[in-house]
Ligand binder design. Structure first.
Ligand SMILES: C[S@@+](CC[C@H](N)C(=O)[O-])C[C@H]1O[C@@H](n2cnc3c(N)ncnc32)[C@H](O)[C@@H]1O
Length: 196
């Protein structure tokens, strides 16, 4: 993978205020991927392809990433970025709303990375549980959302997103099939390992 191009993609995304995975979060996810060496990763929320491109480094031979993005302009940019970094054989992008696309998928994945609309996290979780492989890992970014999720302050504009993130965390933490930890890296990261 072309790391000079990757650095340019990151700089451009930051300059244009396109949300991409934070460095400390990426470090934690990379460590997990390095241990698993996944064959298939599913990402919900491609943006311009930055995290997908980073994750390709840890796929096993012939491994692939399926990633979903609903903004057409971002998909076009992601495709160009994926080509420029030389990983086009490893990343498939689905253009469309993950709420519609996820129910059509039937492959199982070793790792599922949730990084899209916070208000949809409970639905993404339901689908991720359906699509995760035995011993797979579901990772979700932004689960603490600027601290709102763990505070009892409820009068901000993002009430629906916060309510849904709380529901997501409750569901995954109470699910006996998964062992979940929540880390205060970036905007909060949940890591849920399927026990069997
Ligand atoms: C935080 S960004 C993803 C960043 C990317 N994972 C990275 O780290 O490089 C979230 C992206 O999810 C997309 N998105 C939000 N809700 C979505 C949905 N329901 N279906 C598909 N894409 C969605 C947004 O358009 C945005 O580009």
């Amino acid at each position: 993978m072309n790391k000079i191009e990757l650095e340019k993609i990151k700089e451009h995304a930051l300059k244009e205020h396109i949300p991409i995975i934070m460095d400390d979060t990426l470090e934690v996810v990379n460590k997990i991927l390095k241990e698993i060496r996944p064959k298939r990763i599913l990402e919900i929320g491609t943006a311009v392809g930055y995290s997908s491109i980073c994750f390709t480094e840890f796929l096993c031979e012939n491994g692939v990433i399926d990633t979903i993005e609903r903004e057409e302009e971002r998909v076009l940019e992601a495709k160009a970025n994926i080509k420029n970094t030389g990983v086009e054989e490893k990343v498939n992008i689905y253009l469309g709303d993950a709420v519609e696309i996820l129910p059509t998928l039937n492959n199982k994945y070793d790792v599922i990375f949730i990084d899209a609309a916070k208000g949809k996290y409970p639905f993404f979780l339901e689908q991720a549980i359906r699509l995760i492989n035995c011993k797979g890992v579901i990772i979700a970014d932004n689960v603490l959302y600027k601290g709102y999720v763990m505070s009892d302050y409820n009068k901000h504009k993002q009430r629906t997103a916060v309510r849904n993130l709380r529901e997501f965390l409750k569901e995954i933490q109470e699910n006996p099939d998964f062992e979940t930890e929540i880390l205060e890296v970036g905007d909060g990261l949940s890591i849920s390992k399927k026990r069997y």
